[in-house]
Design a protein around this ligand. Sequence first.
Ligand SMILES: Nc1ncnc2c1ncn2[C@@H]1O[C@H](COP(=O)(O)OP(=O)(O)OP(=O)(O)O)[C@@H](O)[C@H]1O
Ligand SMILES: [Mg+2]
Length: 449
Amino acid sequence: MALKVWLEVMQQAAAGTGALLGAALQQAQLSLCGTGDAPHGIVLFAHADTALLQALAILCRQARVLAIAAGARPLTCTEQRAVMAAGARDLLLWLPEAVDAGQVLARLQRWQAVAQLLESEAVRGRLVGHSCAWRCLLHDVVEMAAFSQASVLITGETGTGKDLLAQLIHRLSACRGALTVLDCTTLSPELAGSELFGHERGAYTGAAGARDGAFALADGGVLFLDEIGELPLTMQAQLLRAIQERKYKRIGGSTWQPTAFRLVCATNRVLEDEVARGAFRADLYYRIAGWRCQTPPLRERQDDILPLTMHFLRELAHAAPPALDQAVREYLLLRAYPGNVRELRQTVTRLWQRHCGPGPITIGALPPEERLAAPHWPDQQFEAAIRHALALGLQLPCITRAAAEVAIRLVLDEERGSNQRAAARLGVTDRALQIRRKAAACADKAATP
Ligand SMILES: Nc1ncnc2c1ncn2[C@@H]1O[C@H](COP(=O)(O)OP(=O)(O)OP(=O)(O)O)[C@@H](O)[C@H]1O
Ligand SMILES: [Mg+2]
């Protein structure tokens, strides 16, 4: 597939470098397209001023951006951090016109390869989510799974998809062996040795035959230690050597057996806190956390609720899922999910079980106890935000304007900058939205020192 990318030259001082880079990329068979027409883009600039950072933040919400600074004065460390904080995925520092297309190509090719994996059935069909938080996480996990052999520690609240990510890492890993799963909550001190290392025949009473443990079974594949935060300290000590040296001894055996596996661990505990309070060994922590990722809770990615709902309904219906009445959508969007995606899945299953006949799922499909507790909007979170604004002394015109501006920004982000689609969703005309955006931009400019 031809590599497509957009190139945005932000400041006049970078124009010369921009022309050279454009020509070099075209020579390398890259197809340059308009901003927003490709998921990857390059932002070239000379200095990182406020206007640049604001524009960069908008572009970064719509695409994966490689920022390139090519000004006469090199960026300071603070400026580099500000560029990354604006959302750039990577930053290159060049002198004016010192174009190195190879640096750009390597990154774009990697991003393209990851994008193709993200589109594959192995990822798209099983791990659903449109939110920025979920897409960024998935991109990083896919990249690290397919392009490294690093040990991975997945943390996150219950029901946020840690198991699914572990399975994904196994599918994308270069090793061809099986996924060996060991749930650390089920390990008792008496059985842990045998479960982990296996045992020789007669190693203890009842050991009628030799048996392989998890380290042997994982040879050539991926070893997934689930809920590793639950392991007592004595068992952590047992694990340490096998993980560090990739060799183990069966219980009752005397020879060291080599084993080669990729290690993936998951926990819903904050392991750093556990290390700080002495409940988790620091040396083990650093061996399992070669690379870390954290699954965001569902409340931080509300955009995912409806796509996940339709995904679960599709699975339940084994066909095109039924539509949802507005009241049901609202209920699903406003409800709290302490059990995260697992709880959403159970809620959707309950709706599906009560739904019958053709037509959309209606509010009547909600179990009676949930119907009474059905949340409504404006909800408590909204009230808390308004209370906060009032406490700050803000008055009605200011609160109204701020609410409208946030709504506009969010919809524009979701509609990837399309004024027309955003206006339709907000229930205003294209022209009215354009005027509001212009007014907000002028106000921003006036406020910038
Ligand atoms: N992004 C997702 N797309 C589709 N299904 C998901 C997604 N995230 C989670 N699920 C579903 O939610 C349920 C819980 O996911 P999973 O078991 O991976 O969570 P977990 O973080 O390992 O939870 P726990 O900490 O309780 O073990 C599963 O049924 C899983 O299929
Ligand atoms: Mg799990």
